[in-house]
Design a protein around this ligand. Structure first.
Ligand code: WT7
Length: 633
């Protein structure tokens, strides 16, 4: 099915890379032939980055759920699609075949439709990591509703912002979710988020934890009371190639998260192409991505990439350190996992326990290891290689972003060389360039600069929901006709890319993206805060930690209490992942004459630098630096 466009050698990689950029229409047109279309496209690619406007396979009609399910049911209905490992290791895992997946997805689609969900409506999904989350996502795709999954760690206020932004009419949630030793209320958080939103028609509630929840009459419905009466067939709705498949909110350099919109055909093909090539997936293998479906990694590499390739995708409800730090290794042996895709922050958190825990497991089923989310440090790379891969299998370091839909720069497992800490080579279709501030190409090896992409690939962001101007401003305005990644990078002598990390006001905390402006807005909600500035600093486990410098009112004397209040406030407004690691009360911030905070200086202080702050001539008052330094954390 995908074998004909899977890259089998280094030579082929080079040929495909060249062809994909020289004649993208021919290259992607050939690949698109391998999917199920209800109507073939008129034109493979039509684009310009000025507006921006990118159309792939325009004029085509297809349904993503049909491509992810039905075509494999036809080959073998009993083939396993989804393997689910519960939070509690003593709870039985579930194995769901492609036929069962089809039945469940159809029932969910019928249930949604019976309550008024129609094509192009927005449906919020706020659930734990249970198979029903996958059913809900694919049911939306089947009936043409646009799903927006919200990570189950986000607070009521964050959820409300997103629901209002996308004007969702329906919500699918659970009573609660298990995460390690904790049981998190989801339904009550939803209740808080939507209590004054009259446009919400229904909240569908899955029973998972069986905790007590409040059901609002006429609005809230139990899924178990509706689902059995639904037919297990739902005709896949014909969607246009460029119809939005989903919205996923992510942080940027402004205060408000933006709704990244992905398309139907282009996104699906990109998720599929990158999945089969980067991981060198072979039919019959079991793929385990440890991400949460609330993030893009879960969308593309738990759901859409693997299922569109007919793979068995393993979904884990819990966390790697519970009930103990052997959990991932135990899951790998138990389910004979072939591909493990995880994040550097997870590797570092397991490294702390040493070499002993993984040594109790064979891990022989593994063929490929992957990492994503942040630059992987050398030590973590080697630990992963030696202790999990037993130095016998490739590691793919995959660089990409919510906005790119799928992997952009990565070695291909066993096909192109890996190089520790380097994402290495761009995938076919990805024209990656390094640019200096004037927009000039920076070609010399080891010269760090900004990473741009100058041609469209099928999975590129189409817009930010209901705010196309923002999409243009955020991604297409820095240099004309270029997609701006916001990341810094350099290449080595062989043109392998090494990604350094964000060069905009975005932090990467444990692989999660947080805008400094978003954090500052939350902190500034505290009545005693006058002004705040947030920067990132190197953190052993999280990659980056959050350091907040805060000016508070003179009348505030109990700084410890205020620090605690601010941490709680940020948790309430954004979620636990956003809690600052360090909070320092200051009397002033380093500002330029035009009133801009010089974050560069604060970043250096947060990194532990005591001097060498560079050019300070534009500062109004250089004395604030000494004052901040005197109490630096
Ligand atoms: C940012 C995107 C893409 C899925 C998870 C995060 C950083 C991601 C790598 C990598 C170095 C990486 C970048 C990027 N990043 N993967 N392999 N090496 N940095 O998605 O929340 O959209 O964040 O994560 O800084 O811009 P995201």
């Amino acid at each position: 099915m995908f074998e004909s466009y899977q890259i089998h050698s280094r030579d082929q990689y080079e040929k495909d890379y060249k062809n994909s950029l020289e004649d993208p229409e021919k290259f992607w047109g050939n690949i698109a032939e391998h999917f199920v279309w209800q109507k073939k496209w008129d034109q493979v690619l039509d684009w310009e980055f000025k507006t921006p406007s990118v159309k792939w396979f325009d004029g085509g009609l297809l349904n993503v759920s049909e491509n992810c399910i039905d075509r494999f049911v036809k080959i073998d209905p009993s083939r396993i699609a989804l393997i689910w490992e519960a939070n509690d290791p003593s709870e039985l895992p579930r194995e769901i075949s492609y036929l069962e997946l089809q039945n469940e997805v159809c029932k969910y689609a019928n249930m949604l439709q019976s309550r008024g969900v129609k094509k192009s409506n927005r449906v919020i999904i706020y659930m734990g990591m249970v198979p029903e989350l996958v059913f809900a996502v694919l049911a939306c795709a089947r009936l043409g509703a646009i799903h927006s999954v919200i990570f189950a760690g986000f607070s009521a206020i964050s959820i409300k912002d997103r629901i209002v932004d996308c004007e969702a009419t329906h919500i699918i949630t659970c009573d609660g979710t298990f995460r390690g030793a904790k049981c998190i209320d989801l339904k009550s958080i939803i209740d808080e988020a939507i209590f004054d939103l009259s446009f919400i028609k229904n909240v569908f509630v899955l029973q998972r934890t069986r905790q007590e929840v409040k059901m609002v009459e006429g609005r809230d419905v139990w899924i178990h009371e509706l689902i059995d009466q639904q037919s297990d067939w739902f005709e896949p709705v014909a969607m246009s190639s460029e119809d939005p498949l989903f919205i996923l909110y992510t942080s940027g350099s402004t205060g408000k998260p933006k709704g990244v919109v992905h398309s139907t055909a282009g996104y699906m093909i990109w998720a599929n192409y990158t999945f089969i090539n980067v991981f060198q997936y072979k039919t019959g293998q079991i793929h385990f991505c440890t991400a949460d479906i609330g993030w893009i990694t879960g969308h593309s590499y738990i759901i859409y990439g693997p299922l569109s390739a007919g793979a068995a995708t393993l979904m884990f409800e819990g966390i790697p350190t519970w009930p103990n730090e052997e959990r991932l290794w135990q899951i790998i042996d138990k389910h004979q996992v072939n591909i493990l895709y995880t994040a550097p922050t997870a590797i570092r958190s397991l490294m702390v326990y040493g070499e002993d825990p993984p040594s109790h497991y064979s891990l022989e089923s593994l063929k490929v290891l992957g990492t994503v989310g942040e630059p992987i440090n050398e030590e973590a790379w080697h630990w992963y290689d030696q202790n999990i891969g037993k130095s016998r299998i490739p590691i793919v370091d995959t660089w990409w972003q919510t906005e790119t839909g799928g992997i952009m720069i990565s070695n291909l497992a066993g096909i192109t060389e890996s190089k520790p800490t380097y994402a290495t080579l761009p995938l076919p279709g990805v024209s990656a360039v390094l640019k200096d501030q004037e927009g000039k190409n920076v070609m010399e090896a080891h010269q760090q600069s900004a990473l741009f992409i100058n041609k469209p690939w099928p999975g590129i962001i189409r817009t930010t929901y209901q705010d196309h101007a923002r999409c243009k401003l955020n991604y297409f305005s820095q240099i004309e006709n270029m997609y701006c990644t916001g990341d810094g990078a350099f290449v080595d002598e062989e043109n392998n890319f090494r990604i350094i990390g964000r060069i905009d006001d975005v932090l990467n905390v444990s692989g999660h993206r947080l805008g400094t402006a978003e954090l500052e807005n939350a902190i500034n909600e505290h009545p005693s805060v006058i002004e705040s500035a947030v920067v990132g600093y190197p953190h052993d486990l999280k990659g980056q930690g959050i350091y907040a410098f805060i000016i508070c009112q003179d009348t505030t004397t109990d700084h410890d209490l205020m620090t605690e209040e601010i941490r709680e406030l940020v948790q309430a407004i954004i979620g636990p992942i956003a809690k600052p690691d360090k909070i320092q009360m200051v009397t002033g911030l380093p500002k330029t004459r035009s009133g801009k905070i010089m974050r560069r200086i604060l970043r250096k202080i947060a990194e532990g630098e005591k001097s060498n702050f560079g050019d300070l001539t534009s500062l109004i008052d250089a004395n604030v630096i000494d004052q901040i330094l005197a109490n630096a954390k």
